[in-house]
Design a protein around this ligand. Structure first.
Ligand SMILES: *[C@@H]1O[C@H](CO)[C@@H](O)[C@H](O)[C@H]1NC(C)=O
Ligand SMILES: *[C@@H]1O[C@H](CO)[C@@H](O)[C@H](O)[C@H]1NC(C)=O
Ligand SMILES: *[C@@H]1O[C@H](CO)[C@@H](O)[C@H](O)[C@H]1NC(C)=O
Ligand SMILES: *[C@@H]1O[C@H](CO)[C@@H](O)[C@H](O)[C@H]1NC(C)=O
Length: 946
């Protein structure tokens, strides 16, 4: 074939081979790859479209300050004017307010159903009876205390008027001068106190309510006219002995202060301290926390000033007489310009979307790794000499490149469409962050891939992780970040999960861009990392450390777990162990195998002796030496241990094809798996080309070819590309490579009609089989294992294939398992029949037939009456004849070859024919099949009864 002087392929040659294969493979997968790269584009586009939609909704007139066409000049032309006067209540929020309206100050009055009543958890009996709650007529309570109770009573009495004095020409003033309040919830924007637009009445606190105490007024305020219901509420002022009593009462009355969740609310409470005729000191309790149903807290501070004014006014009246009044006329906010409602979706949804985009690569990498594992392509490549180093390097580099392109297009596209997220933050910082994360992600995929062997499970779990992480990040983790009371230590612990560290990083970017955008400054810069509030630094550190750790662990697990390496979990200590001189321990091993030695057939023990001889005096004429190889599967669930291979010894010279025959489950596959490094032998070993399969599998792979029972091919690569790849792995280069591939294609009949350039996925079963054989033979391997190479082939291709194998066995050893006796006879120089874990016989086909089938099979069919005559005739021919079959007149006898001459048989038959009717007769030489059946049956019987 090719230049036989070539050595094993170097690291870079292997890397090159894998790279070229991957490039072709990815080119075939162009559609998927383009879709993948398009994913971030699509998401960004979606974001932009959503933003446009939201903007268009927000820009609707109903969400913006109302405008109208005002006819100013009188000539039919009008001018567009916007302002509060043209807006309804929904629109008013965005209008410019150059002259804020004035509103009378109000008190926060508890809603009727919450007002303080007598209860069992509060010791005071001066509170009203609970029955008032059902009619909604409970009085609202003030509490007061101080050093001088009589003074306190006077002051508290002054606070509440006895009647409502309405000045119909100035309603606003009337509300301000009387003690008014509302139970409605205040809002942060108080350009319009919600009390005046809510359906709740304006309460007017009086010492006693008369029957006609509820009436309607209309309130005119610059442009709006409001109808208000003014309703009387009785004001109670109750003395308490100390401020701690008040505290206690307020605490228990609070909606959540007592276990029964009973509510007792008051308007306000006053502690007049040491006030007297000359000085006035007061502490005021007020309730500023008002929560609406959505949990949004709004500050009721706007309803506080009036309670202060009440106390001051009461003291003024005490010291200066009832005529004196200090009127708190109105409140108003400061003017404001027109505003626009804006919602930046990319900052709001960005973190979640971008987390998905970036994590989206994870399942892609994972499934691609698991695919090679599931299809056993990784091990196939390994068996043909691809080392772990080049595999890792090229795969890693490939995924890194893919991720880089993906992220690059993502960032570029995001920047082009103007997402602040990308444009505001420092690009070098973004690059470092993304670069570290994609590396971490690839390492993780390698690690996780070790746990999966099924591509479907892997991709489902992968996608669940992606979406789950995004959602958990957005709806849980983010709250923890925002909640400043949440311990930072725990956040760091959560960030150890890579999905959350990604989320955190993106969150920091989006916060930085959002505030930068809002304040008109810049986003995140390198300098910002030193800010203790910025989580980016910790995230970067966590990710770098994790990247390195995960990569190491992934490599370690790959070495230990992945089939084919056969390394022990402590493989890195091997270098120390190797230092000890390696002793071949024939004497030791022999002891263990004595049992088998005794039952060995002569030919098998002869082979064993040959092996021992070869081990003592190594010579290079034998390519394979199997030394007492054993495999025991430990018993499970009470089953006894299974002996798959019981001490096999075998020596194969170069140029020999050894055929392994045996019934299903005899242990042939286990034997081959041990030889190609898929499983470790329990004891014993084998030497391939002088290298021990226990320790030097990697070296053996470079001179080994395997044609597995199931074709391990890439669906999208052509036959030629397969051969080129494996040829390169075997260190074929340049014209030698092309020539070897051409020859190989031609020899397996895949050359004509452009078959070689069709994708392997489109091949028929037979074509795939021939390609597999060609792969196993390319690059001149010293040892080839073929597992049922011709199964499923039509006779023509089978003959073709046999010729290929025959030619190939010139200077290499081939171990071939087969169920076809014909194939074994045609191809193999020696045969071994393998039953129940051990060789039953070994020898070349002729020998075996001679030894086990040293007889002819004589068959004769007569009518049942003449059976005895036939038997008599046969006994006469050979006294040692052995009847092996009898059924209604048809009898079969084994006639030892050395007893008879064929001519005698013919003679006897002619005689018999003259005496009785012979329906049919025949004389046959034994076939290999007979031998096989006999040996297998004998061995099994022996094993059952022994
Ligand atoms: C308490 O206040 C009243 C009214 O001002 C005053 O007459 C009385 O002397 C004060 N009592 C004390 C102990 O200061
Ligand atoms: C009622 O209000 C008007 C306008 O502020 C004022 O002129 C008038 O004196 C007020 N009447 C009373 C009785 O206070
Ligand atoms: C408050 O003090 C007065 C006088 O010292 C006493 O009679 C009353 O029982 C006290 N009230 C409470 C609730 O302790
Ligand atoms: C203060 O307001 C909050 C929110 O409305 C309410 O839950 C709480 O009961 C009030 N506390 C008192 C003492 O009135």
């Amino acid at each position: 074939m090719a230049d036989p002087s070539h050595g094993p392929a170097s690291f870079w040659t292997q890397a090159n081979a894998l790279l070229r294969k991957n490039v072709i493979y990815q080119r075939r997968n162009m559609k998927t790859n383009i879709l993948l790269i398009a994913f971030p584009f699509i998401l960004c586009l979606l974001l932009v479209l959503l933003q446009a939609f939201v903007n268009s909704q927000l820009d609707k007139p109903s969400n913006n300050c109302g405008c109208a066409c005002v006819n100013k000049t009188g000539n039919g032309q009008c001018e567009q004017v916007c302002g509060l006067e043209y807006s309804d209540l929904d629109q008013a929020g965005t209008c410019s307010i150059p002259n804020p309206p004035e509103w009378p100050p109000l008190l926060q009055i508890p809603a009727p159903e919450y007002r303080a009543v007598r209860t069992d958890f509060i010791p005071f009996t001066d509170l009203p009876n609970e029955s008032c709650r059902s009619s909604g007529s409970c009085p609202a309570t003030f509490l007061f205390t101080g050093n001088n109770q009589s003074l306190g009573e006077i002051l508290a009495g002054n606070m509440i008027t006895s009647s409502f004095t309405l000045n119909a020409s100035d309603i606003v003033d009337s509300i301000a001068t009387n003690v008014s309040g509302s139970a409605s919830e205040p809002e942060t924007n108080n350009f319009l106190d919600p009390a005046f637009v809510s359906s709740e009445p304006i309460y007017n606190v009086q010492s006693q309510c008369s029957s006609n105490s509820t009436f309607s007024v209309s309130l005119q305020q610059s442009f709006i006219e409001l109808q208000e219901v003014v309703s009387c509420v009785q004001g109670l002022h109750l003395w308490r002995n100390s401020s701690s009593e008040i505290n206690d009462e307020l605490y228990k009355g609070y909606r959540k202060g007592n276990l029964e969740r009973k509510i007792n609310e008051i308007i306000a409470a006053y502690d007049f301290l040491n006030s007297n005729g000359n000085s006035f000191n007061v502490n005021i309790w007020y309730n500023s926390t008002y929560k609406d149903d959505a949990g949004q807290t709004s500050i009721a501070l706007v309803r506080v000033p009036r309670s202060v004014n009440l106390a001051s006014n009461a003291y003024l009246q005490f010291s200066r007489g009832p005529g004196t009044k200090m009127i708190f006329e109105f409140l108003k906010e400061m003017p404001k310009p027109q505003t626009k409602v804006r919602l930046d979706l990319s900052s709001l949804l960005g973190t979640l979307f971008f987390t998905w985009v970036i994590l989206g690569l994870f399942p892609v990498i994972l499934t691609s790794l698991v695919y090679e594992k599931q299809q056993k392509l990784r091990i196939m490549m390994k068996m043909h000499g691809l080392g772990d180093g080049p595999y890792w390097m090229i795969s890693y580099a490939y995924f890194l490149l893919l991720s880089l392109i993906y992220m690059l297009s993502f960032v570029i596209f995001g920047s082009v469409i103007g997402l602040k997220f990308f444009t505001m933050n420092d690009y070098s910082l973004q690059f470092v962050f993304y670069f570290i994360f994609i590396n971490l992600q690839i390492s993780l995929a390698f690690l996780v891939a070790a746990m999966f062997s099924n591509i479907k499970t892997a991709s489902v779990i992968g996608y669940i992780c992606v979406f789950g992480t995004g959602l958990l990040g957005g709806f849980l983790f983010q709250f923890f970040i925002q909640d400043t009371s949440f311990p930072r230590g725990w956040i760091i612990v959560m960030e150890l999960y890579p999905g959350f560290s990604l989320y955190r990083g993106l969150y920091e970017f989006s916060e930085a861009s959002f505030t930068g955008n809002y304040l008109g400054t810049h986003g995140m810069r390198w300098g910002d990392l030193s800010n203790s509030m910025n989580g980016m630094k910790e995230v970067l550190i966590i990710m770098v450390v994790e990247w390195l750790v995960v990569l190491l662990v992934a490599y370690y697990i790959d070495q230990v777990v992945s089939s084919g390496s056969g390394k022990s979990p402590l493989f890195f200590l091997q270098n120390f162990r190797k230092k000890r001189p390696s002793i071949r321990r024939p004497s030791l091993q022999r002891q263990g195998s004595k049992v088998f030695v005794q039952m060995d057939k002569p030919d098998v023990s002869q082979e064993r002796e040959k092996v021992e001889q070869l081990l003592l005096e190594p010579n290079s004429s034998h390519a394979i030496i199997v030394d007492n190889l054993k495999k025991v599967y430990p018993g499970k669930d009470g089953n006894p241990a299974k002996f798959a291979v019981r001490g096999l010894s075998l020596a194969l010279p170069r140029g020999e094809c050894f055929g392994m025959l045996g019934p299903n489950g005899a242990g042939k596959t286990t034997f081959i798996s041990m030889m190609i490094g898929l499983t470790k032998p329990t004891s014993g070993t084998a030497y391939v080309d002088g290298l021990d399969i226990l320790t030097h599998m990697e070296g053996i792979y470079t001179s080994m070819g395997v044609c597995p029972q199931h074709d391990l091919l890439w669906e999208t690569l052509t036959g030629r590309e397969h051969l080129l790849f494996y040829g390169r792995l075997k260190n074929l280069k340049g014209s030698a490579l092309t020539q070897a591939v051409e020859e190989s294609l031609r020899s397996v009949n895949l050359f004509n009609g452009g078959v070689a350039d069709k994708q392997a996925g489109k091949y028929s079963g037979g074509m795939k089989r021939r390609l597999s054989v060609a792969i196993s033979l390319i690059g001149d391997p010293k040892v080839v294992y073929m597992d049922e190479p011709s199964t499923g082939l039509d006779p023509a291709s089978r003959n073709n294939l046999w010729n290929v194998v025959k030619r190939a066995k010139q200077d290499r050893a081939i171990i071939l398992t087969t169920h076809s006796m014909e194939e074994a006879e045609v191809l193999c120089d020696r045969l071994g029949i393998f039953v129940d874990g051990s060789l039953q016989c070994i020898g070349n086909p002729k020998e075996l037939k001679g030894r086990y089938g040293g007889s002819y099979v004589f068959t004769m069919t007569t009518s049942p009456d003449h059976e005895e005559d036939v038997e008599k005739m046969v006994r006469h021919l050979s006294p040692n004849a052995n009847k092996i079959y009898l059924l209604s007149g048809t009898q079969k006898f084994e006639l030892p070859k050395h007893d008879i001459r064929i001519a005698d048989v013919f003679q006897a038959v002619e005689n018999a024919k003259s005496k009785f009717t012979v329906f049919a007769w025949g004389l046959a030489d034994t076939t290999l099949e007979d031998v096989f059946i006999k040996v297998a049956r004998g061995a099994q019987a022996f094993n059952v009864w022994s």
